[in-house]
Design a protein around this ligand. Structure first.
Ligand code: SF4
Length: 109
């Protein structure tokens, strides 16, 4: 059986990476090792860059959609994103179910 890829998210919608405030930042800043000690200052510094980033919302959407587990994305830490992803997945499932329902109603009308 062949594996298939169900790509339901447009990862590069609006080319958000072009607006990324971190394009010229030190990549290590956004990928601290751990979440305690010196990493706390690193995470805070990365989040300050994100605060001024015009692509923050799209970046976070991308990170949630593609389950980016490491690093700072869209102004969120790994722990914060883990919690957000549960809510994001639930909302996504709800939206897909509602969309399916509307399509079925349109077909039966
Ligand atoms: S929100 Fe942060 S991690 Fe995402 S593109 Fe902007 S600066 Fe980079």
């Amino acid at each position: 059986m062949a594996l298939t890829w169900n790509r339901t998210v447009d990862w590069d919608a609006d080319a958000w990476r072009n607006e990324a405030a971190c394009r010229n930042a030190e990549p290590d800043l956004f990928f601290p090792i751990g979440s305690t000690g010196l990493a706390v200052d690193q995470i805070d510094a990365a989040k300050r860059v994100c605060d001024a980033c015009e692509a923050s919302s799209a970046c976070l959407d991308f990170a949630l959609a593609t389950n980016q587990e490491s690093g700072v994305w869209g102004g969120t830490s790994e722990d914060e994103r883990r919690k957000l992803r549960k809510a994001w997945l639930a909302a996504r499932r709800r939206n897909l179910a509602e969309q399916r329902e509307r399509e079925m109603q349109a077909e039966s009308a």
